[in-house]
Design a protein around this ligand. Structure first.
Ligand code: ADP
Ligand code: MG
Ligand code: MG
Length: 915
């Protein structure tokens, strides 16, 4: 027997189900589930799904079909005909179908669907009869068929490439329709009469023949099979391919084809079509949310041709608030729909995105899938559903991606600044957060300008799938047309990008590259600022700010992560203010406090001057004097941070950078320095020169400074212990961890350890204390350190992997110079990714593993962490969990992301989770 290629669904039964997405595609699997699952059995128009395997076969065998497919399609079609009591191609009582694409993962609008297949000059009279002599409806369906079919099947799938957007067949047909509307003085498509539409169909057919040199087919089975072929062909269409690149969807997955009985939302004013979400995809609120259009077919809602109306009060916006809701217009149907969506969400245990159509007062369900959502909505839904008991805490944690969490941490327009500006225009808030950028009008320009390092906002009448790359490149997207379910809104939501749609007061002139709005003219390159959460557009550049710190929802969600994660999350902070902020985010300590920070930026003038004196000093005596002067600054600086992190560990790294970084260059400073040190300028410049290194990153820095100038180490260690001692006296609980940087051998550590022990004892005596809690350890950033980790661990009670330097020295790539060759490495696939962004697990990761293994062999309870920038990158965090680190440390703003990644790492390890 031939393999099964065709799966039937309808009339309370289905051969497939939701778990068969790989074979039936997402759409097909969910149609089967909705139609056939015993808990659902919703009114789904009957049909069948041709599997993704047929697509794969089709491409492997020179665009032909496997044996037996035709027969299986015939058989399934007969079954549908029987249920419907109509026959495909029957002049008297014809069955019409849609041919719909549907890949494993949703690729919104990237592939094709053709509606009203089976309508021909022979079947038109039958459909008129079926519809109760509704000629207008029949010719409306016919003109839609001609338009979609010419575009999708006769042009795109046949590989015809129009030279520009305007000369594509769809655009040309749209123009004919527009002209007719203008001639007759109509506003909406629905004003066209039966006679108009009849004439329009003739004009369409003539145009199709003229442009595509082929007649629009008048044979139902030809329409059906060419339609099926076109869907398969659209898998390799330009925009589908480019979408797959961006989303990382493999090319060999293929699409399924769904052939489904047509139901008609365009049969009159008791008919409609719409899209809805079981919860608000823009902010996650637990409210049924959606849009619909009376007397329309499905594609009208998404295309933004007419302004869709809100389904209920909750869905109203500035933009559609005067339109009649479905709840008011068709209360019974609304109630039925409301019930279905409730059942669907409960069944799927997640927010569903639903397509429905109402034909003459009867509701049909045409699609459901897990709805795309932005970051805020993702976190809110996950947390709420967990609270409602719909999902477990583990599921809630896995429902939010680190990138989505990142969105919550994204900047918004400074509210004060926003108050003082009047919006230039208002639209629908389709993607949250704030963004500012320069106006561009084409996707291509967006990509180009971005390459030049500019920030752009892509402004379009409406977007279509061809624009995705430009949309990706833009900071934000602004459209003049379209609703919350338009293409722009859909795509932006998936990416969490700031987006405003349906901003109808914008008049866009593509040719002159201008926007006319409210008497003003904005040109290409002008700056605008968007508030995607409110839908406001502002002229110019507005100040941005961050709000994440006191977000209750975020904190609640992170508490769930805390319950699951094993890794500690610390932060890299150099000031008490940073330390406090990180604590608010839930940091559990400081993984890297860099002492040199006090010599940069605000308030650094004095200590920096003394440091310079110390650097230029020649004799130990000179140096000690300078160090004594420096001491109180260092102590206070450290004390402030230890106090802010009271009770939590603080890893304090001793002075790390090469000293010459601090040597003054300004002549004025030099004169004063010479005077202070009582030396000539000549002598000064000699000493300065002596500090010069040809390779400072691998020069006299880190522990090497402490080896040649033990008094520098002693001063810092004394500052740490005295700061801690004073805090203890004040009743606090400080916990410093002293970290020696750039270590490659145990003898270096021994040398420094002696100093630490000596100063420790002196401090205890000075303060009359028995003990100060502290740790002594080392930074692991030289490859050799990992190899001799067993020895290092004899003295070090903690390791902290400095993966920036470890990557730099492990690869021999200078981090500051990688820009010259990294792009080529990525392009040629020599490196899959920038190893400074995400840990190179294969090589650098191996050095880490060796270091941990050997270190713990010597010291079982060795504390291990990471303090490189990788510590806040989700995949690196997962790696750190797997290799058994105790904590990761990252910048304060990455702490929430690291927490989520750490929790997900635990769950993924348990293998409970399919990707
Ligand atoms: P997409 O994946 O791009 O959303 P769909 O296959 O869902 O494409 O179809 C596009 C539009 O046509 C949707 O609004 C859908 O509801 C509508 N549609 C598809 N099949 C039918 C049908 N059999 N009857 C009525 N409307 C349909
Ligand atoms: Mg759809
Ligand atoms: Mg380093």
């Amino acid at each position: 027997m031939a393999k099964k290629y065709v799966y039937f669904f309808g009339a309370g039964k289905a051969e497939g189900n939701e778990s068969m997405k790989e074979l039936l595609g997402g759409k097909g699997a969910n149609l089967a589930e909705m139609a056939g699952h015993k808990d659902l059995r919703l009114p789904v128009p009957p049909g069948f799904t041709i599997t993704t395997e047929v697509c794969t076969y089709y491409y492997k065998h020179n665009r032909t079909y496997p044996k037996g497919l035709k027969e299986q399609v015939q058989k399934a079609l007969r079954r549908v005909e029987k249920i419907m009591g109509r026959r495909f191609g029957d002049p008297d009582n014809p069955l019409l179908v849609s041919v719909r694409s549907g890949a494993r993962r949703s690729m919104p609008g990237m592939m094709e669907t053709v509606l009203n297949i089976g309508l021909t000059t022979k079947t038109i009279p039958g459909l008129i009869k079926q519809s109760g002599a509704n000629e207008r409806f029949v010719y409306d369906a016919y003109r839609r068929l001609i338009m979609m079919y010419a575009d999708v099947v006769m042009e795109k799938a046949s590989g015809i490439e129009p030279k520009d957007e305007e000369s594509g067949i769809r655009r040309q047909l749209e123009k004919i329709m527009q002209q007719m509307k203008e001639k007759k003085g109509y506003k909406a498509d629905t004003d066209l009469t039966a006679e108009d539409l009849k004439e329009l169909c003739q004009l369409f057919k003539a145009k199709v023949r003229e442009v595509l040199k082929r007649d629009f087919p008048d044979e139902p089975y030809q329409q059906l099979w060419e339609g099926i072929g076109a869907v398969f062909a659209s898998w390799q269409g330009k925009r589908a391919v480019s979408y797959r690149r961006i989303e990382g969807i493999p090319d060999d997955w293929g699409t399924a084809v769904n052939v489904q009985t047509m139901v008609f939302g365009n049969m009159g004013n008791d008919s409609a079509t719409g899209v809805a979400f079981t919860r608000n995809p823009g902010n996650g609120e637990k409210e049924f949310y959606g849009e619909y259009l009376i007397n329309a077919q499905g594609e009208d809602v998404v295309a933004g041709i007419r302004t869709p109306a809100p389904i209920n009060e909750y869905s109203k916006s500035e933009y559609n608030k005067d339109l009649l809701t479905l709840e008011k217009a068709m209360p019974k149907i609304y109630k039925e729909l409301y019930n279905y969506q409730k059942r669907l969400e409960k069944h799927y245990r997640d927010m569903q995105d639903i397509e429905f159509t109402i034909e003459k007062g009867r509701l049909f369900m045409l699609q459901c899938r897990v709805g795309k959502r932005n970051g805020l909505a993702a976190v809110r839904m996950a947390y709420d559903m967990y609270k409602e008991g719909l999902i477990t805490k583990e599921e809630a944690i896995m429902r939010v991606s680190p990138a989505q969490l990142d969105e919550l941490l994204h900047p918004i327009i400074d509210p004060k600044e926003e108050m003082s500006h009047k919006p230039l225009a208002k639209g629908l808030p389709a993607g949250p957060g704030g963004a500012c950028g320069q106006i561009v009008f084409t996707a291509q320009d967006a990509v180009e300008w971005k390459k030049q390092g500019k920030k752009v906002i892509l402004v379009r009448e409406e977007t279509n799938p061809e624009d995705v790359e430009g949309m990706r490149a833009a900071e934000a997207i602004l459209t003049a047309r379209g609703g919350m379910t338009s293409h722009a809104a859909l795509v932006a939501r998936g990416w969490g990008k700031c987006c405003i749609v349906g901003c109808s007061s914008l008049h866009i002139d593509y040719i002159r590259k201008e926007i006319h709005v409210d008497g003003k003219v904005l040109k290409e390159g002008d700056w605008i600022t968007l508030n995607g959460t409110k839908g406001n557009v502002y002229e110019g550049r507005l100040l941005m700010m961050d709000v994440s710190a006191e977000n209750k929802l975020l904190n609640d969600f992170l508490k769930l992560c805390d319950k699951v994660k094993k890794l500690g999350i610390r932060t890299n902070a150099d000031t008490p203010e940073d330390a406090l902020r990180a604590r608010q985010f839930g940091a559990e300590g400081i993984g890297l406090f860099r002492t040199e920070h006090m010599f940069y930026g605000k308030g650094s003038e004095e200590p920096l001057y003394i440091l310079r004196k110390m650097i230029i000093s020649k004799t130990e005596e000179e140096r000690k004097k300078a160090l004594d002067e420096l001491f109180p600054y260092v102590k206070n600086d450290i004390k402030g941070t230890l106090e802010a992190m009271d009770g939590l560990p603080v890893v304090i790294r001793l002075l790390d950078p090469p000293l010459h970084e601090f040597v003054p260059r300004e002549p004025q400073k030099l004169v004063q320095l010479a005077k202070d040190l009582n030396i000539t300028l000549e002598e000064l410049s000699k000493r300065q020169e002596a500090l010069h290194e040809s390779n400072p990153m691998m020069g006299h820095r880190g522990v090497r400074l402490g080896i040649t100038y033990p008094e520098i180490t002693a001063m810092q260690v004394r500052a740490i212990f005295e700061a801690a001692a004073e805090l203890i006296k004040e009743g606090k609980n400080p916990y410093p961890e002293i970290m020696i940087p750039v270590v490659s051998d145990i003898k270096e550590l021994k040398d420094q350890h002696l100093i630490v022990e000596k100063v420790y004892k002196q401090t205890l005596t000075k303060y009359g204390l028995k003990k100060i809690k502290y740790m002594f350890g080392t930074m692991m950033e030289i490859p050799r350190a990992s190899l001799v980790a067993d020895k290092l661990a004899q003295l070090a009670s903690f390791f902290s992997f400095g993966t920036n330097d470890l990557t730099q020295m492990g690869f021999g790539f200078s981090r500051d110079d990688i820009g010259a060759f990294l792009p080529d490495y990525l392009e040629k696939g020599i490196l899959p990714e920038d190893p400074f962004q995400t840990i190179d697990q294969e090589g650098i990761g191996e050095l880490i593993k060796i270091g941990i293994e050997r270190g713990r062999k010597t010291r079982k309870n060795l504390e291990v962490g990471i303090c490189g920038e990788h510590g806040g990158e989700p995949r690196s965090v997962e790696f750190c969990h797997r290799v058994g680190m105790d904590y990761v440390s990252c910048s304060p703003f990455r702490v929430p992301i690291a927490k989520l990644a750490a929790a997900q790492a635990v769950l993924k390890e348990k293998k409970k989770w399919k990707p």
